[in-house]
Design a protein around this ligand. Structure first.
Ligand SMILES: Cc1cc2nc3c(=O)[nH]c(=O)nc-3n(C[C@H](O)[C@H](O)[C@H](O)COP(=O)(O)O)c2cc1C
Length: 256
């Protein structure tokens, strides 16, 4: 498959965390946004807030807030004399997919035009971030900021990050019993891959351990599986704040 430009773009992509200040031409931004829209959709349950003025993460010149959006669905259904009766969970699950596939199209389109990008997932963990974005951008009910994406021309060289072995990811016909060997191999692929890039050492992105547990890692052995374990072993234990903000946005997940 060598020389296939689409595969090359996909295989070379990596998140960019340092940007040159120059603003991409409007035509370039519009081409990326249009390519985003051509993603498969259930019902185009998304909208995007584009900002080109302000300070964004990693010095990026462009910020996109990708939202799940059932507001416009409600508007055009009303014109047809219909009301949404679909439950909020289904609307949300479909909306998250519509928004995510579109967002990834943006990432790939940007990469193909020489731009880098990085998702910022704070709004999946912080009700405050959702409220801040909703207020800042005047988001109506049934519009939920899902993920932010910054874009621009990269000011850093990086190599693609590792992934689990395909054999740990794709299971033919039957989900296997995963033995220690397969698990350790997959963990080693990820950890050695990130260590080879000095990924956490360079970004000093070690997550602190809360409580009494001793931190026995240095940047010589702190890597992806420990990082991810510290995240999901410590963060966002309660869904309550997010459930509250979802209800504020019109997506109450109370039993209906
Ligand atoms: C939903 C989502 C949220 C993310 N949030 C952040 C973030 O807050 N900060 C960040 O630096 N990278 C974030 N990322 C980027 C991931 O860290 C990155 O994609 C992952 O480490 C794999 O690296 P790669 O994109 O370079 O292959 C996020 C990615 C996704 C899909």
């Amino acid at each position: 498959m060598n020389g296939n430009p689409t595969l090359d773009t996909l295989m070379n992509r990596k998140s960019t965390r340092k940007y040159r200040p120059e603003m991409p031409e409007r035509g370039v931004i519009d081409a990326i946004l249009r390519a985003g829209q051509q993603a498969p959709f259930a019902s185009q349950l998304y909208s995007v807030i584009l900002s080109t003025k302000g300070k964004f993460a990693f010095g990026a010149p462009v910020s996109l807030v990708i939202c799940v959006d059932a507001h416009r669905l409600r508007l055009f259904m009303k014109k047809r004399g219909w009301e949404i009766v679909t439950n909020n969970l289904t609307l949300l699950l479909l909306g998250i997919q519509d928004a995510a596939y579109m967002a990834q199209n943006l990432v790939v389109a940007a990469e193909s035009l020489g731009l880098g990008s990085c998702f910022l997932g704070e709004s999946s963990m912080s009700a405050e971030r959702v409220r801040h974005l909703a207020k800042k951008h005047h988001l109506p009910e049934l519009v939920l900021p899902l993920v932010e994406l910054v874009l621009g021309y990269p000011a850093e060289e990086a190599t693609p990050r590792p992934r689990f072995p395909l054999s740990f990811t794709v299971f033919e016909n039957t989900y296997p019993e995963l033995g220690d060997e397969a698990l350790e191999e997959a963990m080693a692929v990820m950890d050695s891959g990130y260590l080879a890039q000095d990924y956490y050492k360079k970004s000093k992105a070690k997550i602190r351990i809360e409580g009494d547990r001793k931190d026995e890692f240095t940047f010589d052995d702190y890597s992806w599986t420990e990082h991810i374990s510290r995240k999901w072993g410590q963060w966002a234990a309660s869904p309550n704040d997010l459930l509250e903000v979802l209800a504020e946005r019109g997506f109450s997940l109370e039993k209906q």
